[in-house]
Design a protein around this ligand. Structure first.
Ligand SMILES: CC(C)(COP(=O)(O)OP(=O)(O)OC[C@H]1O[C@@H](n2cnc3c(N)ncnc32)[C@H](O)[C@@H]1OP(=O)(O)O)[C@@H](O)C(=O)NCCC(=O)NCCS
Length: 208
């Protein structure tokens, strides 16, 4: 149940006013779980790709963690990945495409920002082969000061309960292949590998 207090932290649903803080958490964990601030001149690009649409389209599945220093974590989900992706492409991306043109030149020379701007025009839309089993998907990120205290487990329990209550049979997620700490976290929470790409691993967990 939320809102809920967890020692000096509070867990609650995200509100529109949390957007900038959630984008900052995304940037603060955007380098395979580590701070990516130094890698980006555009501090909003990561949040635009990985956070904003969940706050806008799935507010009942958008949790934030906060302490005296402000929002320090979020857990975001989409109940039905295909429906979410349709809205993402039709409604979320067009304003971003107007904001930044697709980068030109060889992709291996693109900056991290350009790689993200490219995703405004050519999004990576993963659908697991076993979609019927894992139609939902999620993201979770906590800033360093909130990590390792059992808060990620608490947030996942709340988010998975919300997905279960809404009838989801299972959830998947994408993780950077070199994020070994997160891999141990997800394994502990019962996720298993579904697929593997060049830089990403896709994990899934049944909710039944
Ligand atoms: C990954 C992350 C969400 C985990 O949340 P957390 O609050 O740090 O994890 P918790 O303290 O709730 O740990 C939950 C369980 O996972 C285990 N775990 C967490 N991190 C671990 C690690 N690095 N190594 C081994 N086990 C780990 C814990 O031991 C714990 O097990 P237990 O409850 O059975 O004892 C969080 O650390 C984080 O946001 N990291 C940076 C961003 C990131 O990598 N996000 C994932 C992107 S795919």
């Amino acid at each position: 149940m939320i809102p809920r207090r967890l020692d000096k932290f509070a867990l609650r649903l995200a509100e529109p006013r949390d957007r900038a803080a959630c984008y900052a958490v995304c940037l603060g964990t955007g380098d395979s779980g580590r701070d990516a601030t130094h890698l980006h001149a555009d501090p909003e690009a990561l949040g635009h790709v990985y956070v904003g649409a969940y706050l806008a389209f799935e507010p009942e599945l958008a949790l934030v963690l906060e302490d005296a220093g402000g929002v320090c974590g979020y857990a975001l989900a989409a109940l039905d990945t295909r429906s979410f992706q349709r809205r993402y492409v039709r409604e979320w991306l067009p304003p971003l495409q107007s904001l930044r043109p697709a980068p030109s030149g060889p992709a291996e020379r693109w900056s991290r920002d350009e790689q993200l701007w490219n995703l405004y025009h050519h999004p990576e839309l993963f659908i697991p082969e076993s979609y019927a089993q894992y139609p939902s998907h999620l993201h979770i990120d906590l800033l360093a000061r909130a990590q390792g205290r059992g808060l990620g487990r608490e947030m996942m329990a709340e988010l998975l309960a919300r997905l279960t209550k809404r009838g989801s049979p299972g959830v998947h997620l994408a993780m950077a292949a070199d994020n070994h700490r997160a891999a141990r976290f997800y394994a502990r929470l019962g996720f298993r590998e579904l697929a593997r790409g060049a830089d990403a691993v896709y994990l899934g967990r049944s909710l039944q």
